[in-house]
Design a protein around this ligand. Sequence first.
Ligand SMILES: Nc1ncnc2c1ncn2[C@@H]1O[C@H](COP(=O)(O)OP(=O)(O)OP(=O)(O)O)[C@@H](O)[C@H]1O
Ligand SMILES: [Mg+2]
Length: 358
Amino acid sequence: MLGLAKEKSVVGLDIGSYSVKAVELKIKQKGDNTQYEVQKIGYEPLPHDSIVEGTIIDSTAVSETIKLLFENAKITTRDVAISISGNSVIIKKISLPAMDQQELAESIIWEAKHNIPYNYEETNVDYHVVRSPRGAEGTVDILLVAAKKDKIANYSNSVSVARKNLVAIEVDIFSLINAFEVNYPEIFKEKTVALINMGANITNVGIVEHGVPQLFRDLSLGGYFFTENIRKELNVSFEEAEAALKGIPGKNINADQFASVLTMNIRDLLDEMEKTFSFYEAGEKRERRIEQIFLSGGLALIPNMVSAFELKFRIKTELLNPFRSIKFDEKKFESIYFNEMAPVFGVAVGLSTRKAEK
Ligand SMILES: Nc1ncnc2c1ncn2[C@@H]1O[C@H](COP(=O)(O)OP(=O)(O)OP(=O)(O)O)[C@@H](O)[C@H]1O
Ligand SMILES: [Mg+2]
């Protein structure tokens, strides 16, 4: 969390540049077993261009959309956790000798000042311990997270204008990893997986090895780039390009041209992905291999995305279902949220699985 107190029972609010998603869970602890049930869920598209390159340009549009979402989904809880990603967020993995909490906190400040390419005073810094100390001489792996204060202010402003109470700020990819751990606990512990969240502006990539996060990347690529290229190449409106991308081509869409633009865009995305995967696999002397890929986010829903990954990487790929191990009453909510659209809720579910923490 980036500088805010941790609280109990919050609405996971994923403010994307295309849509806002919210999930509220009921969390029951039974011994070692945690059970989750969807209490509330909602989705609202955002007016185009209200968020550009990760910055909220039209704060009113965003706060109005949040309000509308809470109204439509009948969410009355006001405490929310949001997440951010992109250029103004940096995640660095560092290794430190095992030390006590106090010393660790001091080292983190020193490391942050030396490892983060922003002015320390303009940055909020947080850290996650990803591997516990192994014995007296052990080391501890730390994920250092730094976000620019102006980015945080930009998002928290829209949340407070919507009259919600911001209790936590996370990073998109960490929320997605949370959602994955809750829903796929056995794979989380036993395998090396690539978790990918393909949105409109940004594609978040995280590689997790037997439960330990190893590599993160935010690629400046997403559905808007696809739509923009379709619009330009086929000379159609944004709406027509958008509908075609979602698999509903209108009369102005030339099928062959569309197919070739789509193929080219997917190829570019996969090439970027390949660089990230290669960087990971070449990162250490020991052999590292991604065993499974899980796709989420709106862009993952386009026809053929899963098979394009399988064809390119020869790695088992599937859509991430953030409700796989979570109870829900399909009759109470729009059932499409738990079916076709489920992968869009990865980040929101991850944000809402937060249990009471110290
Ligand atoms: N069936 C679909 N439903 C929703 N979005 C889709 C679908 N098919 C393709 N998309 C595309 O996915 C993108 C939206 O995905 P998502 O809602 O995950 O983005 P976002 O979280 O709002 O954006 P970001 O995180 O990049 O700021 C859009 O570009 C949209 O055109
Ligand atoms: Mg998103």
